[in-house]
Ligand binder design. Structure first.
Ligand code: MTE
Ligand code: MO
Length: 333
């Protein structure tokens, strides 16, 4: 009988570079004293301190009011339990189930978001108030992680472009820079380089102004009809469906409109592997693996992961390819 192995994230398809993983491990060892004793110590430090957030205080997800999306016939949704238990949120650990396990104590209410920089009306907004007053809509999007897995997720949110207009961008605004909460007390990955995968926190991301203003680009505050759970970036995160998942920065506290291309977390860590643009592109491989196909995480059991071809711009080429006309996408990856 042919036994299929359950799908795994092959270690070769992981965000961090071998170099950066090595550096972070070495940093921990230095801090704790090298050798096996150091490793044992690291394990108990783990248990006692690093993940001491209230694990059972699962953040309550509130129902949202929104204009429902028309289902797209060819898209099968990824079940909610998989969307909320297979995550990347390195502030809570680098394993796929770490965010769900370690983020439940994150204090998401109250939450403010500051919009500043090249705008005529900088302001700080109360995100929970905003959720009630802004018209929310559902968007069913294909999502594609650079690690070659994909999902289809029913987000609830609003267009980033319409939101930014409220702050009156100046003519000097050419890029948008985003920043995640920096709070090492709540985020174990920010206290320890090994837990946090070597990322230089706070996590930062960026978009070109025209990408930010594109109607497909949303700030999401919910999924499957309810507010976001912490592991998916509560209470507000970016969703750009034609780009690799790492552009979708979570738990945002600051948005700054700027003149120059801003630094981005993965590009700082491994510039040869992760570019600023990060458009999903089957023709441009990651230096350590192919991007020509992906594993779709769908309904069903462990064996239901389906290999499928990667689509240019993740299936949104008709809408967004024009933003990059004349650009060499092998160079601007
Ligand atoms: N602050 C922050 N945002 C983040 C990440 C992270 O580690 N920290 N991981 C990114 C990556 S690599 C992916 S694939 C998506 C995953 O989003 P999801 O867990 O909601 O599917 O979040 C992105 N946003
Ligand atoms: Mo990712």
């Amino acid at each position: 009988m042919l036994i299929k192995k359950p799908p795994r994230n092959a270690p070769s398809e992981a965000h961090a570079t071998p170099e950066s993983a090595y550096v972070s491990r070495r940093t921990v060892m230095k801090g704790l004293g090298a050798g096996i004793g150091g490793l044992l110590l690291a394990r108990s430090a783990h248990a006692l301190d690093l993940f001491s957030s209230e694990k059972n205080a699962a953040a309550v997800r509130k129902p949202l009011e929104f204009a429902a999306a028309k289902p797209v016939p060819e898209l099968t949704l990824t079940p909610e339990a998989k969307v909320t238990n297979h995550n990347n949120f390195y502030e809570f650990g680098t394993g796929k189930t770490d965010p769900a396990e370690n983020s439940q104590g994150l204090k998401i209410e109250p939450w403010t978001l500051t919009v500043e920089g090249e705008v005529e009306k900088p302001a700080t907004v109360d995100v929970w108030k905003l959720m009630n007053e802004i018209g929310l809509e559902e968007r069913i999007y294909r999502m594609r992680c650079v690690e070659a897995w994909s999902m289809v997720i029913p987000w609830v949110g609003f267009e980033l472009g319409k939101f930014l207009q409220r702050f009156a961008p100046t003519s000097r605004a050419k890029y948008v820079a985003f920043e995640t909460l920096y709070d090492p007390e709540q985020m174990p990955g920010q206290r320890n380089r090994y837990v946090g995968g070597g990322v230089d926190y706070p996590y930062v991301e960026g978009l070109r102004m025209d990408e930010a203003m594109h109607p497909l680009t949303i700030l999401s505050v919910g999924l499957y009809g309810k507010t976001l759970p912490p592991q998916n970036g509560a209470p507000v995160r970016l969703v750009v469906p034609w780009k690799y998942g790492f552009k979708g920065i979570k738990s945002i506290v600051k948005i700054k409109l700027v003149e120059r291309m801003p630094p981005t977390s993965w590009n700082k860590l491994a510039p040869q592997e992760y570019g600023f643009y990060a458009n999903v592109n089957p023709a441009v491989d990651h230096p350590r693996w192919s991007q020509a196909s992906e594993r779709f995480i769908g309904p069903g059991g462990l064996f239901s992961v389906k290999r499928q071809p990667t689509l240019p711009f993740n299936g949104y080429a008709e809408e967004v390819a024009g933003l990059y006309s004349g650009m060499n996408l092998k160079k601007f990856y």
